[in-house]
Ligand binder design. Structure first.
Ligand SMILES: Cc1cn([C@H]2C[C@H](OP(=O)(O)O)[C@@H](CO)O2)c(=O)[nH]c1=O
Ligand SMILES: [Mg+2]
Length: 194
């Protein structure tokens, strides 16, 4: 429960959780580099795409992700739009908690526009954009990054949004997809009193 009210507060990451960065990245990369590595070459085992591929491709990866507009083109993950609305209906407070890619000049504004476009304006108004998610209060943070760290000890529990690159994440809490949000979160948060 939240330290100040009885309303559970759910923080939800964006890339790799609400929107599909992997698909948008590979669409752009395979178009730009037809002779380069392909998405189908194998599952990603490390979180950062630029660290997954051979070093000769690092600059190419970074320039795709740094392109203005890239983050506006990400599509919603199946079930995510419905799940966000259902969690609010559950009586929980739900906020988006996402990090900007600082070397992409339009990343933060594209993320807000993407939330408004795909999820609805009220979700853009619920966004927290920060490089340090440990500063944000919450009961849980649903995030695909194996370890979410920062300058402070977080007050939230990290619910790992399962992906091939976070199999060894240390958190005991894991969600395999939006279809199972209720089974994963209800035991952690309970329901609202009112
Ligand atoms: C560089 C990189 C960033 N990102 C995402 C994570 C952050 O968004 P989010 O907090 O919404 O998951 C954002 C800035 O690092 O870009 C990846 O998901 N993979 C990558 O390889
Ligand atoms: Mg993420």
């Amino acid at each position: 429960m939240s330290p100040l009210t009885s309303t559970p507060l759910v923080l939800v990451d964006m890339d790799g959780v609400l929107v599909d960065l992997e698909a948008a990245f590979w669409d752009a990369f395979e178009t730009a580099h037809p002779a380069g590595p392909r998405r189908t070459d194998g599952d990603r085992t490390v979180f950062r795409i630029d660290e997954q591929l051979d070093p000769q491709w690092r600059d190419a990866v970074r320039s795709i992700m740094a392109a203005p507009g890239f983050f506006g083109g990400l599509r919603p993950v199946p079930g995510a739009v419905e799940a966000l609305d259902e969690m609010l209906d559950e009586g929980w407070d739900v906020r988006i908690c996402t990090a900007p890619l600082l070397h992409n000049p339009t990343c933060a504004s594209d993320k807000l526009a993407s939330l408004a476009r795909h999820f609805g304006q009220r979700w853009a108004e619920r966004a927290v954009i920060t490089k340090d998610k440990t500063l944000v209060r919450g009961d849980v943070l649903i995030d695909d990054k194996p370890v979410v760290n920062g300058d402070w000890t977080p007050v939230w529990k990290h619910v790992v949004f399962a992906a091939t690159y976070n199999q060894a994440a240390p958190s005991p809490y894991r969600m395999t997809g939006w279809a199972s949000w209720r089974q994963t979160l209800t035991p952690l948060l309970g329901r609202t009193a009112a």
